[in-house]
Design a protein around this ligand. Structure first.
Ligand SMILES: [Zn+2]
Length: 403
């Protein structure tokens, strides 16, 4: 489309209208931002263990159901780090990156709405999620245990003629039938945090099924890595205010307070489980917790957490994303005689994704410093450094951010 000076005013007016909630037509949106699609673009291809290479590929013709998305950023996930280090999925060469977000620059003629039914236009910001071919309520549990059909994740697809299959790239091609969401109303940092946040939305939904978690509950969150910190944020946005965070690092505990914990316990300050339990009890003003979230991958931490919970209380265990080994508990004292209700939580469903968008808005609204969770940002050229930083467990969330 030609943009001359005489229609600039009209375009600006339409854009301003669109910011007030009106719709701006797709060709106008495209012209305003001057989206020229290059003939070629780069993909960070993991070509061997611990080595990404930036490969230049021709951007293929789009199918009628496809979208070309210009990548703005993508979080580095533990899954990316595992693949980078060991290739457990046997995918090399592979375009990684599944926690990505970007802007639609071109759409096939059949693309009209996202997976939630929200309209899609050129210029909209989107994220992709696990594409489940059957049912949006399917969890990772169902996929793994019940063989309910195929699931695809951009950033964990085998390489093919398209090549633009992962978010660590300049562009990604989102194929028809994918799970994709219009998240234009979220800023870039929030969009990069959607995937880890969805894990906590799911965990809190699981916790709510116990009937024990209430607004006035005393809640202990053990582990203040990204998962525990986001857990505190989700609880705060729900209106849960009496939260005690437990970790071994004062820096993390300080962050937990910023995220909304009103007291913290450093387990290194207490010798033995009895002393630690008393520390938690003191932090609640002399009470044990009504509910606990276990957010570490440590078997000892799992065994400890029962002691912090009152009789009739509840526990959500979500720390063991991968096998961390066996934990030793005393079933009589820890579960039976206390009548504790326990739920496990793993990953999320598509529905949790949609809930996560609103959580991120609420978190911003009540002033939680969510953006501080992203401690490192690397340009695409430094993708190898980004993965190494993640493997060294430095910082919290590592992201690749394109200019
Ligand atoms: Zn992930």
């Amino acid at each position: 489309m030609d943009v001359n000076s005489s229609n600039i005013e009209e375009i600006v007016r339409q854009v301003l209208d669109s910011m007030k909630g009106g719709a701006v037509s797709a060709p106008v949106a495209a012209a305003v931002a001057g989206r020229e699609v290059p003939k070629t673009a780069r993909v960070a291809m993991l070509t061997q263990l611990e080595k990404f290479e930036l490969k230049e590929f021709a951007i293929p013709e789009l199918g009628d159901n496809d979208m070309l998305v210009k990548v703005e950023g993508c979080g580095v996930c533990g899954t990316d780090a595992h693949e980078f280090k060991r290739d457990p999925f046997g995918l090399i060469p592979v375009a990684l990156g599944h926690e990505g977000t970007g802007e639609i620059v071109k759409m096939g003629k059949n693309v009209k709405v996202d997976s939630a039914g929200k309209p899609l236009h050129v210029g909209d910001k989107v994220v992709t999620c696990v594409t489940l071919h059957d049912d949006p309520d399917i969890t990772m549990y169902d996929m793994n245990k019940q063989n309910v059909g195929a699931a695809d994740v951009y950033g964990l697809l085998p390489d093919d003629d398209v090549h633009f299959n992962g978010w660590f790239a300049d562009y990604i091609i989102v194929r028809g039938g994918s799970s994709v969401f219009n998240v234009s109303d979220l800023d870039l940092d929030s969009r990069i945090l959607i995937e880890p946040c969805a894990v906590l939305i799911h965990a809190v939904e699981r916790a709510k099924t116990t009937g024990i978690l209430r607004f006035n509950s005393r809640v202990v969150v053990q582990g203040c890595g990204p998962i525990g910190l986001i857990c505190i944020a989700v609880l705060r946005t729900m209106g849960v205010e009496n939260i005690v965070a437990v970790d071994g690092e004062n820096k993390r505990l300080e962050f937990a307070r910023q995220m909304g914990a009103n007291a913290t316990v450093n387990f290194k300050d207490h010798q033995g489980i009895e002393a630690l339990t008393n520390g938690v009890k003191a932090a609640f003003g002399g009470y044990l917790a009504d509910f606990a979230f276990q957010c570490t991958g440590s078997p000892v931490a799992h065994a400890n957490i029962y002691k912090f919970i009152r009789n009739g209380g509840g526990l959500c265990e979500l720390g063991f994303f991968i096998n961390g080994g066996d934990a030793t508990i005393n079933p009589h004292f820890d579960i039976c005689s206390k009548e504790i209700t326990t739920v496990g939580s793993w990953v999320y469903t598509l529905r949790d994704y949609a809930t996560t968008f609103d959580f991120l808005k609420r978190a911003k609204g009540i002033g939680l410093p969510m953006e501080k969770l992203i401690t490192h940002k690397f340009p695409l050229e430094q993708i190898n450094e980004a993965l190494v930083t993640n493997l060294k467990m430095e910082g919290l969330k590592i992201a690749v951010v394109n200019k």
